[in-house]
Design a protein around this ligand. Structure first.
Ligand SMILES: Cc1cc2nc3c(=O)[nH]c(=O)nc-3n(C[C@H](O)[C@H](O)[C@H](O)COP(=O)(O)OP(=O)(O)OC[C@H]3O[C@@H](n4cnc5c(N)ncnc54)[C@H](O)[C@@H]3O)c2cc1C
Length: 196
């Protein structure tokens, strides 16, 4: 059985797809206790070969990219739980995410990176609109979120296509990393730098 402490974090990331994993790599590297809650059904998982992600000139299978990014996040110290979030509480810190298994996770920073799972956000008064960058018009975005992911609620960020980005995964990855750096900077109260 999980201990209560395991459900308290510095950052809870809802959605462990491209943006959520990218964000976690940075927050975990910064030493923040990072928990990723994922269903896991990233849109990238079904993509046989991704050719437009810089650094992979031979292409990479979407599932392989996800597995590698997850390992990278875990190696930095992030915890991944395959639990679907069914309810959020974003009115006051610490913010909470309740999963279908009945667990409730809490943190002062919460990242919403659920992409197609956006119906979850409407329950918190987060208005959604069609992401016009994506031709299918099936993707929505959080209208109050800026492209850096910041919402009107301090510590609540939006990552990935939900932040009104074009559909390419490298853009979601970059924006997710940006969200992670912003959280690490806010937590450490100085700009976060990671250069090896
Ligand atoms: C058919 C197709 C082909 C594509 N081909 C390419 C391509 O060739 N190159 C390219 O760059 N991009 C491609 N993309 C786009 C790419 O998949 C997206 O850019 C990328 O997945 C977006 O990242 P994201 O983090 O916003 O969302 P996702 O990667 O979809 O991640 C969202 C995550 O949140 C999880 N989630 C949702 N709801 C919940 C919940 N309630 N609780 C917990 N977890 C939840 C999901 O299961 C998922 O793991 C393609 C997309 C599709 C559909």
């Amino acid at each position: 059985m999980q201990s209560h402490e395991n459900r308290q974090a510095d950052v809870v990331i809802v959605g462990g797809g491209v943006a959520g994993l990218s964000c976690a790599i940075f927050t975990a590297k910064a030493g923040l206790r990072t928990i990723i809650l994922d269903s896991p059904d990233s849109q990238l998982r079904g993509v046989k070969q991704v050719w437009n992600f810089p650094g992979f000139e031979q292409g990479i299978a979407g599932a392989d990219w996800l597995a590698s990014a997850r390992t990278q996040a875990v190696l930095q110290g992030a915890v991944v739980r395959e639990e679907k979030v069914v309810a959020l509480e974003l009115q006051a810190r610490p913010y909470t995410a309740k999963t279908e298994t009945g667990n409730t996770y809490e943190a002062p920073f919460l990242v919403l990176a659920v992409n197609l799972g956006s119906e979850l956000l409407a329950t918190q008064g987060l208005e959604l609109a069609v992401n016009e960058y994506v031709p299918s018009k099936k993707i929505r975005y959080v209208t109050e979120a800026q492209s850096n992911g910041q919402t009107s609620r301090e510590g609540v960020f939006v990552a990935g296509l939900l932040a009104n980005l074009p559909s390419q995964s490298v853009i979601a990855a970059g924006q997710g990393a940006f969200v992670g750096v912003q959280i690490a900077s806010a937590f450490g109260q100085k700009p976060f730098m990671w250069h090896d």
